[in-house]
Design a protein around this ligand. Structure first.
Ligand SMILES: [Zn+2]
Length: 655
């Protein structure tokens, strides 16, 4: 029998599957009807609550972008830039007739590579337009002093999602590498690269050699491995072939004296590794990197081949999204805060901002109580934790000060020229930050995105206007629904400040250990319980969830719901506990939480996700959390030995 009534103001009984026992599979019980009614659309690799909100946001933006393209307005205004960008992106005739001309000089540079040194010398020009051969450079707050910036060199240069794709020798992985080699061959063929098939094999070999020296996904999350401050002189001495000084000069960072190297061993051997490749492989490697970064705005043959491999074979997506959505997505990445200015003017009210901010304050207060009451943490560490919590900066909706796009020139050329202009401006902005203090107003995500983040180096939690929408947040819904939805998301981000990664940074965002050894051991003992729990989960019958890769997110999911539940109890103590639609607030809280994880995905996407995504598959983001919570069992009268529940002795509790 369904608990959800037809007159419920929030929940739709058709979304549930009352034939499932909620004590067996709560996720399926809440979402089974919705899952049956929502096959993955052919132009998606997954369809989830996130996509539902994103689609609504996109529809609104489609109208705004179309209007801006028709009437761009005065130069220097958001509508001008956005309108020009959108019009150019939609102009397929201009894209087709321009052909490769807009990237011809970069292509020539790639085709002229005759040695490793030539390849390394070409990197700055490639990196500035978003191509990523060999490594990348980013500028974020300095982990020793978060008021200033530091340059971070990050190893990379792989065309497949991560290093294990080159290492695994099971049937599916071997086939995927063959498909990847075909993709490389076809791309090289499109620019008449001599012996494209032979060169493609050379690229795969070269990338495999880089992959062998790369971190696994789990290693890449390990702060003890990735934070390595070095003087430029020391890197030059350890990796003389890298040409670091010339690279820094070329990107405009010649006065940098020290930087972070995420994987020192990689940088030390990379010149020797690349030296094993034939010159033709180095050229083909540079060419395919350039084409991968630009294919989405090149003529259809390039765009289609790119989609065939990355969209369909890797992601299981059957059809391209409509062109306007692709242009909008590119705009979000390249001129995101210009697009967002149009969005928030229409889609985000001051009232919604106030209510969301109040939720953040209630969640923060609940986290404070939780820390004070922890039985496993010593008083000294609690003090530091409370200090850290008090230092949190919440950012809601959109930035107080919008990013300055002065200097961005959009001519009348084809779309790719506008895109490269935007990427170069962004790259230059990033490098310029090395000489500037950290800007407290800066956002790392476009405000119309359906996402949220915690930034350990800035000690801030950020909730864009894009996610402050139903079913996450509904200005008209009862508190229980909002605490179970966006409240759990807010709690999730708050606890990131205290998880295996976030807890390594203090209230100012400095990389400093503020835990006693005893408390760290206690935390890790509890974290191990979470890792073991999720490592037992499988999808598609055979794929095991990586409990280590997903540990930080699983702890945040569990902590987020725990804190949000406590905050709801505080709110109910003030407002009183009222039944709605025959449901208690506690029941509505858990139903709302299960609802935000509803999701269907292609098998290909699920495979990709299990090996690369630090978040668990959606059903476990729901059931994995509930399985540990007595409050959940009590809300629905579920016995301790029900399949949904972990045995009481094995239950995880951290916050
Ligand atoms: Zn997270």
């Amino acid at each position: 029998m369904s608990l959800i009534r037809h007159d419920d103001p929030v929940f739709d009984p058709a979304d549930a599957d009352p034939s499932v026992d909620l004590g067996v599979d709560f996720y399926q019980y809440v979402n089974g009807g919705w899952i049956d009614a929502n096959p993955v659309p052919p132009e998606y690799s997954r369809w989830a609550a996130f996509e539902e909100v994103r689609t609504r946001n996109e529809d609104l933006l489609h109208r705004l972008l179309t209007d801006a393209a028709a009437e761009p307005g005065a130069p220097g205004t958001p509508t001008h830039w956005v309108g020009r960008y959108f019009a150019a992106g939609m102009d397929e005739a201009a894209i087709a007739s321009a052909g490769l001309a807009p990237i011809q000089s970069l292509l020539d540079q790639a085709m002229a590579i005759g040695s490793v040194d030539d390849l390394l010398a070409a990197l700055p020009a490639f990196h500035q337009i978003g191509a990523g051969p060999v490594f990348g450079a980013s500028v974020i707050p300095d982990f020793d002093d978060s008021s200033v910036h530091l340059l971070y060199l990050d190893h990379g240069g792989l065309g497949l999602p991560e290093r294990d794709y080159y290492m695994r020798d099971d049937e599916a992985s071997v086939q995927l590498r063959e498909a990847y080699t075909t993709y490389l061959t076809n791309m090289l063929g499109l620019v008449d690269f001599p012996d494209a098939a032979g060169a493609a094999h050379g690229v795969l070999e070269l990338e495999t050699a880089l992959a062998e020296r790369s971190y696994t996904n789990t290693q890449a999350r390990d702060m003890d491995l990735v934070l390595n401050r070095r003087s430029v002189a020391a890197v030059v001495e350890a990796a003389p072939g890298l040409g670091l000084r010339a690279y820094l000069d070329a990107i405009g960072a010649g006065n940098v004296t020290d930087l972070n190297v995420d994987n020192p061993g990689f940088f030390e051997v990379v010149h020797a590794v690349l030296s094993d490749a034939a010159p033709a492989a180095l050229r083909a490697y540079a060419v395919t990197n350039l084409l991968r970064a630009t294919a989405s705005s090149l003529p259809p043959a390039f765009e289609d081949e790119q989609f065939r491999f990355y969209g369909t074979i890797l992601g299981g997506q059957q059809e391209q999204k409509p062109r306007w959505k692709r242009v909008l997505r590119a705009a979000t990445g390249e001129i995101g805060e210009l697009v967002a200015q149009l969005y928030v003017a229409e889609a985000f009210s001051e009232h919604a901002k106030e209510r969301a901010l109040a939720l953040v304050h209630h969640l923060t207060a609940a986290m404070e109580t939780s820390i004070r009451n922890l039985d496993w943490m010593t008083d000294e560490t609690k003090e530091a934790a409370l200090q850290k919590l008090a230092g949190f900066t919440p950012k809601i909706g959109y930035p107080d000060v919008w990013k300055d796009y002065t200097g961005l020139e959009f001519g009348d050329g084809p779309w790719i020229e506008l895109r490269m202009a935007a990427r170069r401006l962004e790259y230059a902005r990033r490098i310029r930050k090395l000489d500037e203090p950290v800007d407290p107003h800066e956002w790392a995500m476009a405000p119309h995105e359906v996402n949220a983040y915690y930034h350990p180096l800035r000690n801030e939690i950020v909730f864009p206007a894009g996610i402050l929408q139903s079913p996450f947040f509904d200005d008209d819904a009862d508190d229980a629904v909002n605490y179970g939805g966006i409240g759990a998301v807010i709690g999730h981000e708050i606890t990131h400040g205290f998880d295996d990664m976030g807890s390594r940074f203090d209230a100012e965002g400095h990389f400093r250990n503020w835990w006693s050894e005893h408390d760290r051991a206690e935390f890790e003992r509890r974290a191990d319980v979470v890792a073991d729990q999720y490592s037992e989960y499988t999808v598609l019958g055979e794929l095991t969830v990586n409990g280590r890769l997903t540990l930080g997110e699983n702890i945040a999911d569990l902590g987020g719901v725990t804190i949000a539940y406590a905050a709801l109890q505080d709110a109910l103590a003030e407002t009183g506990s009222e039944m709605i639609g025959g449901l208690t607030p506690e029941q509505r809280f858990f139903l709302s939480n299960a609802r935000i994880w509803r999701s269907v995905e292609t098998d290909e996407y699920m495979r990709l996700r299990v090996s690369t995504d630090p978040h668990s598959p959606p059903e476990f983001r729901c059931n994995g959390v509930m399985a540990n919570l007595q409050e959940f069992a009590d809300a629905f009268g579920i016995p301790d030995d029900a399949p949904m529940m972990r045995p009481v002795v094995d239950r995880a509790k951290i916050w």
